[in-house]
Design a protein around this ligand. Structure first.
Ligand SMILES: CC(C)(COP(=O)(O)OP(=O)(O)OC[C@H]1O[C@@H](n2cnc3c(N)ncnc32)[C@H](O)[C@@H]1OP(=O)(O)O)[C@@H](O)C(=O)NCCC(=O)NCCS
Length: 211
């Protein structure tokens, strides 16, 4: 499939939020909040506009990826600025054709060029280990409260950059989304039924699991 990966422009904003809504709808919870996350992320201090890309096929956006600032702090209070991506979305009918991999690969190369030490995300290992992500526990990077969540994954971009220390991960507060705000914002889109899917159960298990 011949796709073009290019930076997001202002003209893409609503179309991109629609793509994200379609990709996530009913997948992890009934409905979704990721399209609202894209909307608020662009206005947030932690937003990294130079990492926003869309995948185009026949002049139509079929996927997108967004990044935010994050950081880790070690036991000596030394800090490293890291990257976090999410949401990453591909329209359901174009999934499993390499589009997500292409967007991740493209932005990982930019992250390396800009000398970021790592990308740290919350996501399903089945989506990201194939891109080189490993468990946060392999790098002694925990949450603020010392847990190693199953879904907290690290792509090391500078070899051994976390070695011989233990770290705590701080993601951007932009990811703390309020349901009431999502409800209001979602009225901008055509109505869509919120329904149960078994994938919501898998997600509920995964987010409670720690190593
Ligand atoms: C997760 C997501 C971004 C991945 O994007 P994608 O374009 O579907 O991913 P890819 O096609 O690059 O890779 C997915 C699979 O397709 C396979 N694939 C890639 N190109 C292929 C091709 N041409 N033919 C057949 N299979 C192919 C990959 O090997 C991979 O297989 P695997 O899962 O068995 O390892 C996308 O599925 C999505 O938007 N999902 C819903 C939202 C979501 O969950 N986002 C991530 C939150 S953590």
């Amino acid at each position: 499939m011949d796709i073009l990966i290019r930076p997001e422009t202002e003209n893409d904003y609503f179309e991109n939020e629609t793509v994200t809504r379609e990709a996530f709808w009913n997948l992890y919870v009934p409905g979704c909040n990721e399209h609202y996350l894209v909307y608020v992320l662009r206005k947030h201090a932690d937003y990294l506009t130079e990492f926003s890309f869309v995948a185009e096929y026949q002049n139509k956006i079929i996927g997108n990826i967004f990044y935010a600032r994050s950081h880790v702090i070690n036991e000596h209070n030394q800090r490293k600025d890291t990257l976090t991506f999410g949401p990453v979305s591909v329209l359901p009918e174009f999934q499993r054709k390499g589009v997500g991999s292409a967007m991740i690969g493209h932005t990982v190369e930019i992250a390396k060029q800009k000398n970021y030490p790592a990308i740290i995300i919350y996501g399903s290992p089945s989506n990201y280990c194939k891109h080189g992500f490993k468990s946060c526990k392999d790098y002694q990077i925990s949450t603020k409260d010392g847990r190693y969540p199953y879904s907290m994954l690290v792509l090391e971009l500078q070899k051994d950059v976390f070695q011989n220390h233990s770290w705590k991960y701080y993601d951007s507060p932009v990811y703390d989304i309020q349901d009431a705000e999502v409800e209001e914002y979602d009225k901008r889109f055509p109505p869509k039924a919120k329904e149960y899917r078994y994938t919501q159960e898998e997600f509920a298990i995964a987010i409670r699991a720690s190593l």
